[in-house]
Design a protein around this ligand. Structure first.
Ligand code: OAD
Length: 255
């Protein structure tokens, strides 16, 4: 075993059929995408309420749209890292696997993961706040580029916004319901690269624990849920997750 030395963890992983994973911004750090909190975090340098709320968008649509275009450019140039690929591998070997993400970057899907439960939307998609017309990244680029004031308008006249969940907005009910069920039905629940400070996503590991799931945290730092998890695996997800998958395969094949 490379990193799983705990006997209880080995026992629980061996028999678990249902494993759920919740990822946060930390899993994409090794792909060059900055997280929200901590020294290099976006919210350490910028005000979330000036960039990630409907009020901010309505007050200054050009500024908010430019910031989202900037983030899209970074994401488009990035690639999934070994952490994303290890999660795709888990999907292949766990009998009933659920992946929940708070990330809007689509890197899990680009790594090959299917059925990703996106709690906070997807930054690559946009829609009109008036007529709900959806715009792909390239369609949005067209509108944005041909508009010198950088205020993206739909043909109906409405403003086009990114398909992400902003502060003060609810998670789409269908997605949260899927995530909630995945959490309470899991036998092992793994959090990866999340500070677990934003609810309701951060409630999911607590619901899982209340339903006797075994909690594992993969994170280089202490988080808001570190004290309730059963197994802390300290390190970056790009390093820890591939080792975790290797150990898990060994656990499954052992007599
Ligand atoms: P945060 O930025 O709050 O937390 C990132 C976590 O990743 C921290 O706990 C870091 O210790 C950890 N981390 C850093 N580098 C890592 C690495 N290489 N490998 C693994 N972990 C690493 O991000 P989230 O918890 O995802 O919401 O933030 C939750 C939500 O807050 C986001 O979805 C976003 C934000 O406001 C919305 O946009 C609605």
């Amino acid at each position: 075993m490379e990193i799983i030395n705990d006997q209880e963890a080995i026992k629980r992983l061996k028999v678990a059929r249902r494993i759920a994973v919740l990822t946060g911004a930390g899993i994409s750090v090794e792909s060059g995408i900055p997280p929200f909190r901590g020294e290099e975090g976006l919210w350490t340098k910028l005000s979330p309420l000036e960039l990630a709320s409907f009020e901010a968008f309505y007050t200054n649509p050009a500024r908010v749209s430019e910031w989202y275009q900037h983030r899209r450019n970074i994401i488009e140039k990035s690639s999934p890292n070994p952490g994303h690929l290890a999660i795709k591998k888990l999907e292949e070997i766990v009998p009933d696997f659920k992946l929940i993400t708070q990330n809007v970057d689509g890197l899990h899907q680009r790594a090959g993961s299917t059925d990703v439960i996106e709690l906070h939307g997807n930054i690559m998609e946009n829609y009109c706040v008036c007529c709900n017309q959806h715009y792909s990244t390239s369609e949005f680029d067209e509108v944005f580029r041909h508009n010198s004031n950088h205020i993206p308008h739909c043909y109906c006249g409405g403003l086009i916004r990114p398909n992400v969940v902003w502060f003060g907005e609810p998670i789409p009910a269908e997605n949260y319901e899927k995530a909630y069920h995945a959490a309470i039905q899991s036998e092992v629940f793994i959090t990866v690269g999340t500070s677990a400070q934003v609810t309701p996503a951060a409630d999911l590991p607590r619901y899982a624990k209340r339903n006797n799931s075994y909690l594992i945290e993969i994170n280089p730092n202490h988080t808001a849920i570190s004290d309730i998890v059963d197994l802390n695996l300290r390190g970056t997800s790009g390093t820890i997750l591939p080792m975790f998958v290797k150990d898990y395969q060994e656990i499954l094949s052992a007599d």
